[in-house]
Design a protein. Structure first.
Length: 257
């Protein structure tokens, strides 16, 4: 009888452990690094956090929507809104964590003023980050967009282009790799950090800390309120994480809580 009770207890313990397992997709830097930092804290709370690193911005959402993963951490709200609209998914933001100021980089020029006529400029090819890049170019005085052009702006929305720059749209992850082949590249900070670029030192122009593009933890309506998810959110919003972000990234990543 005692052996039977022990077996039932073992099964119950295994089930409880499985119920508290969280599989979260993330891009390598800084998202996966932040998640790895809080792993020990979550383990103490009975949550087994497993981090799966992705190099693209599509599969993390698809796999959460298809319930192959529980959550993801790599994107901002405008990107999520466009993804849900385009793919018919219903993913939801459950926590805002940090801001990654978006930057413009060049290996050929030391300032935006040095951009030659006909310069080749590369930007991300997804709708929201491409629009974000164009808005940054406008803020820097390189181009002027049509009235009303916002986060989903495309090169067709350029109203004034004094230097006749040539804009090419490429997958965000590839932009650091073509930096030496172009005059200017607008690069998401996570990919810039992976390429050993320091946004606060290497970017010719960068968004301010007031950027509205907060990076968010994303889940599904059916699991967003689970006990394990709430523990993950609490850990991401801890003072320890704020200190970790400030000390490790030195302004290239800014806490948003």
């Amino acid at each position: 009888m005692k052996k039977l009770l022990a077996a039932f207890a073992a099964v119950a313990a295994f089930s409880a452990q499985a119920a508290d397992e969280l599989n979260v997709a993330a891009t390598a830097v800084p998202h996966a690094e932040i998640l790895e930092f809080i792993k020990p804290q979550l383990t103490e709370q009975g949550v087994d956090l497993k981090v799966k690193v992705f190099t693209d911005y599509v599969q993390p959402n698809i796999q959460v929507a298809e319930k192959r993963l529980d959550a993801n951490f790599f994107q901002h709200q405008p990107y999520l809104d466009e993804f849900n609209k385009g793919k018919g998914t219903e993913l939801v933001s459950v926590a805002g964590v940090h801001i990654e100021p978006f930057g413009a980089y060049s290996s050929r020029h030391k300032s935006l003023g040095e951009l030659p006529n006909g310069a080749t400029v590369v930007i991300p090819n997804d709708a929201t980050n491409g629009g974000r890049a164009l808005l940054l170019l406008q803020k820097a005085g390189v181009i002027t967009l049509k009235d009303g052009a916002g986060i989903t702006a495309t090169p067709k929305d350029i109203a004034e282009n004094p230097k006749d720059i040539k804009i090419r749209e490429l997958e965000a992850a590839t932009l650091p790799r073509v930096l030496t082949q172009v005059d200017l590249a607008l690069i998401n900070t996570n990919y810039a950090l992976e390429a050993k670029l320091n946004p606060t030192e290497d970017a010719l122009f960068i968004e301010g800390n007031d950027s509205p593009y907060v990076n968010i933890l994303v889940a599904r309506p059916d699991n967003k309120d689970s006990a394990a998810m709430q523990k993950l959110i609490e850990a991401l919003h801890s003072e320890e994480v704020k200190q970790f972000i400030n000390e490790k990234y030195k302004g290239a990543v800014v806490p948003a809580f």
